[in-house]
Design a protein around this ligand. Structure first.
Ligand code: DAH
Length: 345
């Protein structure tokens, strides 16, 4: 049985060299499958002379069993190897530091509003909240804004398509935070000091220094003998703390319907220290806060008697202050949702 031994040797080698289960199954089919060479040899035993059959049958069966076992073992071994290799690849190193989950950022405007409010709270101011949708009465009439004032124009204000109320007038997106003054006076008795931060809306063409939405911080102090000197001291204290340095200011006469007298408070340009640059349009000063002594008509509209009470009020554009603080040159960045910009703060 020379041929059989050679076949056994060849097949054994093939089994040894096979490195995956698919190949081993193929070898099985080729030699031990129904039509395989070994099985053909088993079948051919019947054709042998009787006396040779037993011996030949035994030999072939031995080879068949041998190869069958060898393939089974190799298949088992290959499967174990594959599992082991996969396991090694997936091995988890528990000593590796975990992946840092990206946390969000507090928006620079929110951060600044919080810090501004804290500074005012340290001076005894409390926080009043207002409404972003206001009525014509609170936003204009109660604040002594004349009926023909240009701010009431559709070009400036977002009017809502809602029915007009007889007393309150039409609804609108507030164009300033000043209406909070009236709401607060209606519900609270003087003396009081309040600040009211919030969003305001203007129907404007946008550019680097204008957006249709921005933030203001309204302030009001009502009591007996409250004066412009108090206003100046409060604003000085606020700005020095907000910018963390001595900020120089100047008060200029101005006009607002809700204050008399009215002033505009300018900050000496922090960028050029007053020398004149592109930020301050070469003037050395930046217009930042509108203020004044609360107009008697406004006190009356809030239900207070101007003979007993007087006070100051102011309104500042938060976005502008933050832009100055961090040297941001485009207001629209605040509302762009650009993570690269926001994560710097
Ligand atoms: N409401 C004004 C504006 O939006 C700012 C302002 C000026 C607020 C004078 C005041 C004030 O309270 O007294 O431009």
């Amino acid at each position: 049985m020379e041929g059989l031994n050679l076949l056994k040797k060849n097949i054994s080698k093939k089994i040894e060299n096979a490195d995956d289960v698919k190949k081993l199954n193929e070898i099985f089919q080729e030699y031990l499958g129904k039509k395989g060479e070994i099985m053909q040899a088993v079948k051919s035993i019947g054709k042998l002379p009787k006396e040779k059959r037993a011996k030949a049958g035994k030999e072939i069966n031995e080879v068949k069993d041998f190869l069958q076992t060898k393939i089974d073992e190799k298949i088992q071994e290959t499967k174990e190897r594959i599992i082991k290799e996969a396991g090694e690849k997936e091995w988890i190193d528990i000593t590796i530091p975990g992946k840092r989950i990206k946390t969000g950022y507090i928006h620079p405007l929110t951060q600044s509003i919080r810090s501004a409010v804290e500074i005012f709270q340290s001076m005894g101011f409390s926080v009043a909240e207002g409404l972003e949708i206001e009525t014509e009465w609170y936003n204009f009439d109660a604040l002594n804004v004349p009926k023909d004032h240009p701010a009431r124009d559709v070009q400036d204000t977002f009017w809502l398509k809602q029915e007009k109320d007889n007393k309150q007038g039409k609804k609108l997106m507030r164009c300033h935070t000043s209406a909070v003054q009236i709401h607060y006076m209606e519900k609270n008795n003087p003396p009081f000091r309040i600040v009211a931060p919030g969003k305001v809306f203007r129907h404007e063409a946008t550019d680097a220094s204008h957006d249709v939405q921005f933030h203001q911080l309204e302030g009001m102090m009502v009591g007996k003998g409250v004066s412009l000197a108090n206003l100046k001291a409060v604003i000085n204290e606020f700005l020095d703390n907000f910018f963390n340095k001595k900020v120089e200011i100047r008060l200029r006469p101005s006009y607002f319907p809700f204050t008399e007298p009215s002033v505009e408070i300018d900050i000496k340009c922090l960028n050029c220290k007053g020398k004149g640059c592109s930020v301050c349009k070469k003037t050395g000063w930046l217009e930042t806060i509108g203020a004044g002594m609360v107009h008697p008509n406004v006190l009356k509209a809030g239900g207070l008697n101007p003979k007993f009470w007087q006070g100051f009020a102011f309104g500042m554009g938060i976005d502008r202050l933050v832009m100055m603080k961090y040297k941001i040159d485009d207001i629209r960045l605040f509302y762009s949702g650009d993570i690269k910009f926001l994560e710097q703060f």
